[in-house]
Design a protein around this ligand. Sequence first.
Ligand code: FES
Length: 325
Amino acid sequence: MAATAPATQRAELDVYRFDPEKESAPRYQSYQLDLAPHTPVLTALLRIRTELDPTLTLRYSCRSAICGSCAMVINSKSRLACQTPVGPELARHGKIVIDPMRNQPVLRDLVVEMSPFWGRYRKLEPHLIPDPEHPMPEGVATSMTPVQLERFKETPRCIACGACYSACPMVEADPAFPGPMALAKLYRFVVDPRDGATKRRLTSVQPGGLWLCLRCHLCTEACPKDVRPSERIMDLKEMALAAQGGTENGSRHALGFKENIRERGVLNEFKLVRQTYGLGEMLAQVPYGLKVYRKKPETLRSPKPIEGRDEVEKIYEALDDTEGA
Ligand code: FES
C-alpha cells in the first residue's frame, strides 16, 4: 500500500524585512504556504525564497541543529529555525511571526551582525591558560568533583548560535555584561583542572559582569542544546563567593541578603544598602535615601523579627549543613 503524504495546512508567515542600506524602517511581509506540521520553520523560509521571493535573506548551513547559523526569533522566542516545527506554532499562535535575533544589529532581513556577541566572548579569554608553576602532573586526568564533571560536560555542547544572547535582557541593558554563552564557556575553563587562571578569571568577571545576571533563566529556556547557561552562571557566583567572599557590590549584596534575612526572618532594606555599598557610595545615596524616608519612613527602620523566626533559622541551618557536606 502506498504511503500517504502527511496532511498540509495553509500557513501564514509574517517575516521581518529590512535592508538598512536602502530602507529607513523595518516592515513585516506576509507569505502563505501549504505546510505539513512537522516542517521546520527553516524549510518554510527556504520555500518562500525558492517559490515566492528570492530577495529574502537568511543564514543557515547544516539544517540539523549543529552549526548554529539559523537562530532567529520565532513567535517571540529565540531559537533555531531548523529545529522548530511549524505545526505547534500554528496551533498555538495561528500564524508564525519571524524576527532576526535581538541584541545584534540587523545586516539584512533575518541576518544579524554577530561581532558584538563574539567580542564579549573574547574578552573572557576563552582558552586554557596553564599555570607554569603548577603544571598538571602527567597521567592525572581530572581533579573535578563528579558534579563539576557532569556540568563541565554540558558546556562543550554549545554551538554558539547566539539564541541565549538574543534572549537575555541584561545583554540589552548593559554593554559590559558578557552574556550567557560567554559565561557558560567561562565556567568550562574555571573548573578545568588544567587551567591556571581561575582566580584571575573569577576576579575580573565580577564587577559589571557575573553579578548583573538577573536569574530570569530566559537563556536556559532559549538554549537548543540544554547547556543551561543560567545554572552555570549561578555556579560561577557560588565559586566566586567561596574563593573571594564579598569583594564588590554584587557579591556583597548576595552575602548581605543571606545574612540579613537570617537575623529577623524579614529583609532589613536599609541595612542591605549598607551591606552592599562602601561608605563613598552610601553617601552618594543620601539624597535618594531622604526622598524614600519622606515617602515611606518605615523602609529605613529596622523591621521587627517575624513570628516563627526560629523556623527560618532551621532552614538556614539545613542549608549550612548542605554546604558543609
Ligand atoms: S542550520 Fe545549522 S543549526 Fe540550523
